[in-house]
Design a protein around this ligand. Sequence first.
Ligand SMILES: C[S@@+](CC[C@H](N)C(=O)[O-])C[C@H]1O[C@@H](n2cnc3c(N)ncnc32)[C@H](O)[C@@H]1O
Length: 224
Amino acid sequence: MLKVQQLLKDDPTQGQSASGGWEQAWKADATPWDTSDVQPALRELLDERWTEVGVPFEQLKDGKALVAGCGRGCDAAFIAKHGIETLGIDLASTAVEVARKHLGAQPDAPSNVTFEVADFFAFPLPDDKPFSFAFDYTFYCALPPSMRKQWGARYAEVIRPGGILVCLAFPLDGEREGGPPYSVSEEAYDADLLGSFTKVYSKEPKASAPGREGREKMLVYQRK
Ligand SMILES: C[S@@+](CC[C@H](N)C(=O)[O-])C[C@H]1O[C@@H](n2cnc3c(N)ncnc32)[C@H](O)[C@@H]1O
């Protein structure tokens, strides 16, 4: 069976081209990260713990939400259901096809979410409404660690002052070579974000997708 690690290793762009390793993985159905469901930790944060973040969610609805590297799009659709216009982007066109089809098959699909093929590092920012919210899950860990500084700098461009970046840190695997997924740590997120963001929340979730228990932490940052 094809493995995403091999597909990315064989790709000179390390997945960062439209027809590269990630697109190949989606085409080959080699997507072991895809749980086809909303992440339990995101559900918990938005539905049970949001007041602990200290920024009223209503206040963020003047802008849009972004999910970069959205894959099947379950998290993007869930965020949209909270009443904020949401954009899910993925570099892989097959992922976007899957996301659109998955959304269309849901009887309670929200109408305020869209999926587009786009490169997080280069897509044009909307000129109608800025992004006031973003959710990053299994995108940071999908990137080669050499791109992490660029990832943090890009979120600082993308999110408006006062806006929120929710990072579900995964996989917290300690010292481990190789990927994706590359092992992450709270310190690594902090190092890439704290220049432009303030950390406002840091908690282990009560529940995770099967096999991910004890390997996740919810981190919330506010754009300075
Ligand atoms: C490990 S998957 C995670 C998908 C989804 N977040 C999930 O949890 O199921 C990483 C995704 O990021 C996408 N991706 C990689 N580089 C990207 C980029 N520069 N811009 C947008 N998407 C990208 C890949 O195509 C892939 O679908």
